[in-house]
Design a protein around this ligand. Structure first.
Ligand code: CP3
Length: 344
């Protein structure tokens, strides 16, 4: 496997003395060059749909830091938009969408076959990146998991407790199931098209999986992930898949086996020692330094980075943060984290 890229080797189960590293939201507002390109594009969504500029911001953190992976620049909310939801971003606040509260709202959505006409620029971004990326850098595509995307589609915005989605799930389970099913099918076709356009790995972001309890977790986090992964494996058996059921806590254990994911990404609410014993025993893991260290830096950043590397060095590991880097992070701290991972 020595000729393969470091990320692909980890995903194939290889234990490496120095783990490969990339960072969630590595193309983002903490970087001055990102802010400049976003200003050039006009706004965030225009940047997502401008293939040349989206490829440019994807490449910026690769040029600056030499990460082992580049993640496609796009957003999990482009799929609902492609399915016909209205979507806009309010600066300083976040996303807004048309809501789903009744069957008629769902019935206005488009069929899955229609998504590509909106999402074609995303596939073009991947084609540009495939050409432009250094040969050692892995290209990662992604989508949101159905539950997380549904929480935004139902509420029309981000919510602290995903209350509106929980209410629809409990009060109108038949309608809720239709939303999840449409998103599951759409996600399969979207990720499949990303792979065909050049994504070498795909990641499924279930940012709000942690708010699903008991049987709901199995039904709406685990089961859709399993279906998406099975369908992708049937079409693209050689493409590794990373699942990120954020906030899953002790339900991270067994998630890889139950869904067929090649790697489970973990947030920083679980300790790296616990992850080594309970998740990495089944295969590759990705994570999980707290992103606040990218703001605070210093000796604690170094010691906590070493803790993650040491705890996970006996199994396949991709170093990452526990969640996305925040806009107030210091780019110098990112360099310090990378140096610590690579040089000890
Ligand atoms: O990781 C990367 O660098 C790749 C690109 C990427 C973005 N969003 C770009 C982005 C990825 C993988 C995402 C995923 C995403 N988007 C998630 C799941 C991961 C997570 O963070 O939990 C979610 C929930 C979203 C939805 C979303 N997009 C929200 C809630 C917001 C607003 C919050 C914020 O940070 O401003 C976004 C906007 C967004 N997506 C930005 C970026 C770089 C900031 C937009 C800007 O430039 O103003």
């Amino acid at each position: 496997m020595a000729d393969q890229k470091k990320i692909l080797r980890a995903l194939a189960g290889e234990v490496q003395a120095v783990p490969p590293i990339w960072m969630m939201r590595q193309a983002g507002r903490y970087l001055p060059e990102y802010r400049a390109t976003r200003a050039q594009a006009g706004d965030f969504l225009s940047l997502c749909y401008n293939s040349e500029l989206a490829a440019e911001v994807t490449l910026q953190p690769i040029r600056r830091y030499g990460f082992d992976a580049a993640i496609l620049f796009a957003d999990i909310l482009l799929l609902p938009q492609a399915l016909g939801a209205d979507l806009w971003f309010v600066t300083g606040e976040g996303p807004r969408l048309s809501t789903i509260g009744a069957q008629a709202d769902f019935d206005r959505l488009k069929p899955v076959e229609a998504i590509h006409e909106t999402l074609n620029p995303v596939y073009d971004t991947l084609r540009i990146l495939k050409r432009e990326l250094p040969s050692e850098t892995t290209l990662i595509g992604f989508a949101g998991a159905p539950w997380t995307v549904a929480t935004y589609m139902i509420a029309g915005r981000g919510t602290p407790d995903q209350g509106p989605a929980h209410a629809l799930k409990d009060e109108n389970p038949a309608l809720f199931a239709q939303v999840i099913d449409r998103l599951t099918e759409g996600t399969i076709d979207y990720l499949s098209a990303q792979i065909e356009a050049g994504a070498e790995v795909v990641k499924l972001f279930d940012s709000w999986a942690g708010s699903l309890n008991g049987a709901d977790f199995d039904r709406y986090a685990l089961e859709p992930a399993k279906q998406i992964i099975a369908a992708l494996k049937a079409r693209h058996p050689d493409t590794p898949i990373i699942a990120f059921p954020r906030g899953a806590g002790d339900r991270y254990e067994g998630f890889g086996k139950a869904t067929g994911a090649d790697c489970v990404a973990v947030d920083d609410a679980v300790t790296p020692d616990w992850v080594a014993a309970h998740v990495q025993k089944d295969g590759c893991v990705q994570g999980n330094l707290a992103s606040r260290h990218m703001v605070t830096g210093g000796a604690e950043l170094v010691s906590e980075t070493r803790k993650v590397v040491d705890a996970l060095k006996h199994g396949p590991h991709i170093f990452n943060l526990g969640h996305g880097i925040t806009p107030d992070a210091d780019p110098e701290n990112v360099q310090l984290m990378i140096d610590t991972v690579r040089n000890g």
